[in-house]
Design a protein around this ligand. Structure first.
Ligand code: COA
Length: 195
């Protein structure tokens, strides 16, 4: 579990905005129930849920329940904020027992913010934070659908190693799918470069 001091760790990164030459700030923060309207922007979008295990949320009540029951109690679930506005989420889910050296990364972004490098920045920020906050963690892994090249590219740009394809690894909307396994180790050099 994260410590109180580490849960307060906040990182900011400036993202150059090519259109108006200003710098956008990307940061993380904890979610709360007042974020539900922003939250629906991505959890209510079929384009976002296409490669996710959850189905598109149909109502604000669904989103309220998810924030209350999943996001808030989760050990590392953050809103990705662009200039303080939540535009997506990123989580690191711990494994337990003899698997506790691993954590699994997941992320989603509202579709109108795609293609600006936001997810890549957020993944780098999370990777540098999590190995400090959870010193027992040796490996951060991400499991990506073979048909989701955008997400694979995010991990490649963030320095994750593509380890291989695992066949029929999960059910996507009931259909068995192959995935690409990516990992970043605490000892990988790029982890310190992100800081
Ligand atoms: C995947 C996702 C997080 C990417 O967010 P993003 O902020 O647009 O990502 P970035 O801008 O940092 O990088 C995206 C990269 O993928 C590339 N890309 C996007 N779609 C692509 C496609 N169909 N084929 C090949 N490359 C693609 C982009 O060109 C970019 O690479 P580049 O910088 O080399 O040009 C976002 O699309 C999303 O939320 N998708 C839905 C949820 C999801 O799939 N989550 C991941 C589950 S594992």
């Amino acid at each position: 579990m994260e410590s109180n001091s580490s849960s307060n760790l906040t990182q900011n990164l400036k993202l150059s905005n090519k259109e108006n030459d200003e710098a956008d700030i990307i940061s993380f923060r904890l979610l709360d129930l007042s974020d539900v309207d922003d939250f629906m922007e991505w959890f209510g979008d079929d384009n976002v849920s296409k490669f996710c295990s959850w189905d598109t949320f149909k109502s604000k009540e669904d989103a309220m329940s998810y924030v209350a029951d999943v996001a808030i109690p989760h050990p590392w679930f953050r809103a990705i904020c662009l200039n303080d506005k939540p535009v997506g989420t990123l989580s690191v889910s711990p494994f337990h027992g003899t698997d506790k050296c691993r954590g699994e990364l997941g992320y989603v972004l509202a579709s109108k913010y795609w293609g600006k490098g936001i997810a890549t920045r957020a993944v780098k920020m999370a990777a540098s934070a999590i190995f400090v906050e959870w010193p027992h963690l040796e490996r951060l892994e991400a499991v990506v659908d073979v048909d989701n090249p955008g997400s694979q590219r995010v991990l490649e740009k963030a320095g994750f190693k593509k380890e291989g394809v695992l066949r029929k690894y999960y059910l996507l909307k009931g259909k068995p799918k192959d995935i690409v396994m990516f990992s970043l180790l605490s000892t990988d050099q790029q982890v310190t470069y992100f800081m």
